[in-house]
Design a protein around this ligand. Structure first.
Ligand SMILES: *Cc1c(COP(=O)(O)O)cnc(C)c1O
Length: 415
């Protein structure tokens, strides 16, 4: 047995350091289905408390939608529980192909391959496509799963400053002699809620013969005129070579991800992407439900329209109350507090008021940019948002941060 006191102490010391730095993450245990109102037990041992959920990725309110749950039941009855196989051995059913086809049609691409998660899609796609003669050029704020996917690939890596098109062009010029150049970005950035400048990125890609890869996890299903994603919003459908996205957010929120795009690229993933080849297939119950989700969002914009209304109410309300928010149009609305401790204290006070939101600080966001990230859902009722707004204002007054400049707040709390 090699796990002696010595080894135990090693990890304990590191965990203590995390605790002392005030960045120890504790799970808040939810005792209800995912929804706009949830029952939470926190801290451990306390009694269950009903709170309004302002931090889920359940953008369209489909996580517990009756039609989606019903479809999952049917899937369970008709196809059982598990597949006990990866896709290429005996883990592909007609329903998996159906879901891939629905995603292809919805995203306006040539083909789609499902992965166990979008994290796996990003982990697999670059390694499958690229070699040492190639380069990946990523926005500096891309999601951690893209960073990991780039680490796993043999191609060279480079980055450009967040949404800085001049810098991107410089990098494209620098790497002009490479076999393949791939520009990689999130479509909607998860921490700031801003959109990548996809129209300009596509223009640069065409000029410099680069491929474009967009992770649209925070956009698929609710951004763009008919909610197909950021490529629709910027009018560049058909021009994005690789789209990765998740079923774990707006699209029902269970699990699963995909790579969608050029036919040969998707085929390369089927032949070579390791998470596709070596990790279990998505369970039939999830595939049934996801197929239902695709039917719901393909047939009506009702959910997205409600999300749009909720989002503008929330953005307007916070601004009018005197909070500093990151401007934008997505349902990701960061309320800026700048100081890490303040973001934690603020979240605790909100929780006391029955509002569930989480404070983010370094290293999740840059130093001095601590915030409460709020996320709006189509399942929020106006009464939820009014109550949440009242609570934000009450806590904002307590900390005296309303109608203040960034510098005012930093003068009081530090950054
Ligand atoms: C959430 C997210 C992922 C991970 O998706 P999973 O399917 O949960 O693995 C990947 N990329 C981005 C941009 C995300 O926001």
């Amino acid at each position: 047995m090699a796990y002696r006191d010595q080894e135990r102490q090693l990890f304990k010391t590191e965990l203590d350091l995390i605790q002392q730095a005030g960045i120890f993450k504790e799970e808040r245990i939810i005792h209800t289905p995912q929804d706009s109102e949830i029952g939470v037990v926190f801290p451990a041992g306390s009694s269950r408390k009903p709170v309004i959920n302002m931090c889920s990725n359940n953008y369209l309110g489909l996580s517990s939608h009756p039609e989606v749950v019903e479809a999952a039941h049917i899937g369970l009855d008709q196809r059982g529980y598990g597949m006990s196989s990866v896709r290429f051995i005996c883990g592909t059913q007609d329903i998996h192909k159906q879901l891939e086809n629905k995603l292809t049609e919805f995203l306006g691409t040539e083909d789609t391959i499902l992965f166990p998660s979008c994290m796996d899609a990003n982990a697999g796609v670059f390694e499958a496509l690229l070699n040492e003669e190639d380069v990946m050029i990523a926005d500096r704020l891309v999601h951690a799963s893209i960073v990991d996917g780039m680490r796993l690939a043999k191609a060279q890596t480079d980055t450009f400053k967040h949404s800085d098109m001049k810098h991107l062009e410089k990098k494209l010029q620098l790497h002009q002699d490479k076999r393949l150049k791939v520009i990689i970005t999130d479509g909607a950035f998860s921490m700031d809620g801003d959109l990548a400048k996809l129209d300009q990125i596509v223009e640069l890609a065409e000029k410099h013969h680069a491929l474009v890869c967009v992770d649209d996890s925070h956009a698929t299903g609710f951004i763009g005129k008919t909610r197909r994603g950021t490529h629709e919003h910027f009018n560049v459908m058909g021009k994005i070579d690789i789209i990765t996205t998740t079923l774990g957010k707006a699209l029902g929120g269970a699990s699963g991800g995909c790579v969608s795009g050029r036919r040969e690229i998707v085929e390369m993933c089927r032949q070579k992407a390791r998470p596709y080849l070596f990790s279990n297939t998505i369970a039939p119950v999830i595939v049934y439900a996801a197929n239902q989700v695709m039917d719901i969002i393909s047939s009506t914009t009702e959910k997205r329209d409600k999300l749009g209304k909720n989002t503008s109410f929330w953005r307007r309300g916070l601004s009018k109350a005197g909070f500093i928010i990151k401007e934008g149009e997505t349902p990701i609305v960061p309320v800026m507090l700048f100081n890490a401790r303040l973001s934690q204290d603020f979240a605790i006070d909100l929780y006391d008021e029955g509002i569930y939101a989480i404070g983010f600080f370094f290293p999740v966001v840059p130093r001095g940019q601590a915030r409460i990230r709020t996320q709006i859902s189509a399942s929020h009722q106006m009464s939820h948002l009014e109550k949440a707004l009242d609570a934000f204002i009450k806590v904002g007054k307590k900390y005296d941060i309303l109608n203040k400049t960034k510098q005012d707040v930093i003068d009081i709390y530090g950054d």
